[in-house]
Design a protein. Structure first.
Length: 508
């Protein structure tokens, strides 16, 4: 009898689980449709489409919210509280419960208002950036700050609102751990950058000076994507004001941007976005719409893009492979050597103001500026009207440069137009994780550098697929990293990597 009862309980739990999974797939399908509309808004939508698109995205957002927070979702989760589930099913329930509990705490009217505010703010940001007019964007930023404070308060009124928002992007690592890693990066990088700027190293930084037509750069970017293995049958390359990736394992699209004076920047951003896309395209197709078919979080996502951009795209091995193709597009660089390309792509800038154009080291100081400002905005320690001055002061203090305009200062990033407070720390967390993952892959793959130089990326893609992509959100962040590398997430591999690499480049 006991055996029969246990079997009946298992059957009931299985049926309940499948009913829950059906609901999850449906609301994620709605979210996926909203994602396509969001991509279109940034890439192809005519400028006049914003009023309708705001309503479309707001409606889809509220529909999805209603589906998540429906009473039936809570009932199904409650029925599974004490169920004997497989590890994979338990992970799915864990992720769904986290999403449900956060969504259930927030009124649908607030969700709609946040979505609608984001659509209007995106257009306002694009216009404000083009016109160098922060005051035109400020009311939208103020509105986002107010709404996101309210959002955080609805979820947990007794906690730091910024901590609550950070969990939207990195739910598995504490804000204290994130701040500790950022602090370690600052302590390592600031003196290193000072030493580099005081060094007498004569890098070939002028090798790629000149004018490089956008059309040719776009063809070269497409060639770079083909070279590293981007599946154009499930993706596409477009241009946007801020490079981004959007999609899933069946359809994942990348965008980049071009500066006719900086062809290396376009290659870097394109390879970066490829890393994001490769992660999405490598998720299990049979698990689409469920947590097992979704990426872990933004720190892990950023680890994939930074791994491809920095550990592959900035390597000597990659330029052994790619430089002949570059020269073919731009014959004026025919005299450049692999070492010239490597040095030019890895120089540490004296006066860079733009995060997405930053070198590998100063990049993290750009992140720290944004992190500190958005944290203080959300906590109420900084007024929106004071953002430009505080931004400029921090740039002068941390990077030794001061923006002349807000377009190259506090208006340069798209994130705040979406209300994405808490997003920026994941960039540095991802860079740290990328170094740890690449070091592990390099230790397991024979002659990885030689394979990259030959254009053979199969082993690296397979390693990342087995250790990261195939798991979706089954494991929480630190467990995923520990399973892949044998060590808990730390900044050690990153600091070792930059000290060795830049020590050799600059003789420090």
């Amino acid at each position: 009898m006991a055996t029969e009862a246990a079997a009946d309980d298992a059957t009931d739990a299985s049926e309940t689980y499948e009913a829950l999974l059906d609901r999850v797939r449906r609301w994620n399908t709605v979210g996926s449709a909203a994602g396509v509309l969001g991509w279109d808004q940034q890439v192809m939508m005519p400028e006049g489409g914003t009023p309708a698109r705001s309503k479309e995205l707001s409606t889809l957002s509220s529909i999805r919210h209603d589906m998540i927070t429906d009473e039936a979702t809570g009932e199904l989760l409650a029925e599974l509280d004490d169920a004997d589930l497989t590890d994979e099913r338990a992970a799915v329930v864990r992720e769904v419960r986290r999403e449900y509990e956060r969504a259930d705490a927030v009124p649908v009217e607030l969700v709609e208002e946040i979505s609608e505010t984001g659509s209007a703010a995106l257009q306002a940001w694009e216009e404000a950036k083009a016109e160098d007019d922060f005051e035109a964007f400020a009311p939208h930023l103020e509105k986002h700050v107010e709404l996101k404070r309210e959002y955080a308060e609805q979820i947990d009124p007794d906690r730091d609102p910024y901590e609550v928002l950070f969990e939207e992007y990195e739910p598995c690592l504490s804000i204290d751990r994130a701040e500790a890693i950022l602090e370690e990066l600052r302590e390592t990088l600031v003196p290193m950058i000072d030493a580099i700027r005081d060094s007498d190293a004569d890098l070939a930084v002028d090798t790629f000076e000149g004018t490089f037509p956008e059309e040719e750069q776009e063809e070269l970017a497409r060639e770079a994507l083909e070279l590293v293995g981007y599946d154009f049958d499930r993706g596409r390359l477009d241009v946007s004001s801020h490079p981004f990736t959007a999609g899933n394992q069946f359809d994942c699209r990348v965008t980049t941007r071009f500066d006719e004076s900086d062809p290396l920047g376009a290659i870097g951003s394109t390879v970066h976005e490829y890393g994001h896309a490769q992660y999405n395209l490598g998720l299990p197709q049979e698990e689409w719409g469920t947590p097992l078919g979704e990426s872990r979080d933004l720190s892990v996502h950023e680890s994939q893009s930074r791994l491809w951009e920095n550990h592959v795209g900035r390597s000597r091995a990659f330029w052994e492979l790619f430089l002949p193709r570059f020269k073919e597009r731009f014959p004026e660089t025919d005299e450049a050597t692999v070492e010239d390309a490597y040095e030019a792509f890895n120089q540490v800038y004296e006066d860079n103001l733009i995060r997405v154009e930053a070198d590998e080291l100063t990049y993290h100081l750009h992140i720290i500026v944004r992190f500190e400002i958005e944290r203080d905005l959300v906590r109420g320690d900084l007024a929106v009207e004071d953002v430009p001055e505080v931004w400029n002061d921090k740039y002068e203090e941390y990077l030794g440069v001061r923006p002349d305009t807000d377009a190259e200062g506090c208006l340069q990033d798209i994130h705040w137009s979406h209300g994405n407070f808490g997003y920026f720390p994941t960039y540095s967390l991802g860079s740290v994780m990328a170094a740890q993952l690449f070091a592990a892959a390099d230790g397991e793959i024979d002659d990885l550098g030689a394979k990259i130089a030959e254009g053979d990326f199969d082993d690296l893609q397979e390693w990342l697929g087995e250790n990261v992509h195939q798991h979706g959100s089954r494991y929480e962040t630190n467990e995923l990293v520990e399973r892949a590398t044998g060590e808990e997430l730390s900044a050690d591999a990153f600091t070792d990597y930059v000290e060795e690499k830049y020590g050799e480049l600059y003789g420090i």
